[in-house]
Design a protein around this ligand. Structure first.
Ligand SMILES: *Cc1c(COP(=O)(O)O)cnc(C)c1O
Length: 469
């Protein structure tokens, strides 16, 4: 399988290159040259498989010859062994024909574990084969940092530096990152805002000499392997519900999760509708309604992982809508860079209208939905999940078709909103119950690129070889 760039100027590469590069050299995002197709009888043959086995079968065509089948089977087994639920992504019924898909049973209680656990192992595998090391640098305002840390901890060929804005993330979020005791994990609390963290990361990536010296890399949401790994749970849930027509509602920010549903559909899964749920930061919902994608300012909400205006994976959808014309995508993105908006011609929007729905769910409706689910089922959902459930219920869908909202975070990750809605404060799972007592490891740094560079040079583990020599 070869991968092409959404901007059409970069040469096609294999899976390994697309994975390690993340972004294509022309500034585009990688997508497979063609979609592997699973027929109805192929889908029947996948029913009843354990999640890691299903993941292995569905992802194998994307990996091509880059990894031996047995190595990849071991890798997927290992990636999901740390999940609290045997099913990895279990369904829970919340109404007639209505389910939530619990994607939060991984180590850090958000759906980001589902993709980052295999992703870090794939990085480590290919780097090991090349006898190379990569230093991953990233900034986090919450969830992604902890999922990346849990996925990379202890990996021989990866070094991870994660910046968070000092004093500006929740205590649970900070402790999930800083209490991980592993030699290759380095937490930096930056004296500044999240934007300062991001600007600093950008500055270091733009410094070609430092970038080469450290062999800097990223595991951000534009990496193709994340879309690929997320497509698996769409299959798992649809197969469990009989693999007939099915609707998904997806709490969305960077459009990575919902694009994974798009991928699943291209692979042959009979998804009849993908409903994009946004909070007040509704650029995606506005695009689906109007065909105009226009940036506005980010507003804070009670579903902070969705407080995003420019959705990094949106370009992948654009590429599909432009019949894979990279030059057209490059022109649209250039226009967006200048004007902060782009508009598709009405005929280009026809496939969007046929497949996608969207809803903007404000905080008030989010809280009301958390309360309604607690009343109706006795159980708690988190505010991100609630936007998905609300969007599903607002869509006025055919009640004969099974409808699934993706549950993207555990309610205990956002206890304040859940308590506000229901009066009940959700408890962390047992294995995290002592989080408050665990020792923290974090370095406070001023907002200065030279300090960060010095810190990274000092803290990076010596290569085992260098130690011997
Ligand atoms: C990251 C995240 C989202 C948004 O997912 P995208 O792939 O960026 O659209 C939704 N909910 C939670 C809890 C998240 O952590």
């Amino acid at each position: 399988m070869r991968y092409v760039s959404t901007r059409g100027e970069a040469p096609a590469v294999d899976f390994e290159e697309a994975l390690l590069a993340g972004l294509a050299p022309d500034g585009g995002l990688y997508l497979p040259e063609e979609w592997p197709r699973f027929s109805t009888s192929d889908l029947d043959a996948l029913k009843g498989l354990a999640y890691p086995e299903l993941a292995c079968k569905l992802m194998a065509p994307f990996l091509g010859e880059t990894i031996a089948a047995e190595s990849f089977a071991r890798l997927t087994d290992d990636a999901y062994a740390g999940f609290d639920h045997r099913a990895v992504a279990p369904l829970r019924q919340i109404g007639a024909g209505e389910w939530i898909l619990e994607l939060y049973h991984g180590p850090t209680l958000s759906f980001k574990d589902v993709a980052l656990q295999p992703l870090a192992r794939l990085f480590d595998h290919f780097l090991g084969e090349r006898d190379e090391r990569l230093t991953i640098l990233g900034a986090t305002s919450g969830d992604t940092g902890s999922a990346a840390i849990e996925a990379c901890r202890g990996r021989a060929n990866l070094e991870l530096f994660i910046l968070h804005p000092k004093g500006r993330i929740s205590e649970v979020q900070r402790r999930q990152m800083t209490t991980v005791q592993a030699e290759n994990i380095h937490n930096v609390a930056l004296e500044g805002t999240f934007d300062d963290c991001q600007a600093l990361v950008k500055a270091l990536f733009a410094d070609a000499a430092f970038r080469a010296e450290m062999r800097l890399g990223a595991v951000n949401s534009i990496n193709w392997a994340r879309n690929m790994a997320q497509a698996v749970y769409y299959f798992a849930s649809a197969l469990a519900l009989g693999a007939r027509e099915i609707v998904f509602a997806v709490p969305s920010g960077n459009f990575g999760d919902v694009f994974a549903g798009h991928v699943a559909r291209m692979m042959g899964l009979p998804i009849s509708r993908l409903i994009v749920a946004t909070n007040r930061n509704d650029i995606l919902a506005r695009f689906i309604a109007s065909g105009t994608y226009r940036r506005s300012t980010v507003e804070p909400t009670i579903s902070p992982a969705m407080d995003i205006q420019v959705a990094s994976n949106f370009e992948r959808l654009l590429f599909e809508l432009q019949d894979r014309d990279g030059a057209a995508v490059a022109a649209l993105m250039e226009g967006f860079g200048v004007n902060s908006e782009l508009t598709l011609e009405p005929e280009r929007m026809a496939p969007v209208r046929a497949l996608y729905g969207a809803a903007r769910v404000d905080d008030e409706r989010t809280l009301a939905t958390i309360a309604a689910i607690e009343r109706e089922t006795g159980s708690l959902i988190d505010p991100h999940t609630a936007t998905g459930v609300a969007a599903l219920r607002m869509a006025g869908l055919d009640r004969a078709i099974p409808r699934v909202a993706l549950a993207t975070a555990h309610p205990a990750k956002f206890p304040d909103a859940v308590e506000r809605a229901t009066g009940r404060r959700p408890a962390l799972p047992d294995r995290l119950a002592d989080l408050e007592e665990r020792e923290e490891r974090v370095t406070v740094l001023p907002n200065d690129p030279d300090d960060l560079k010095r810190h990274m040079r000092e803290e990076r583990r010596a290569r085992p070889k260098e130690r011997v020599a």
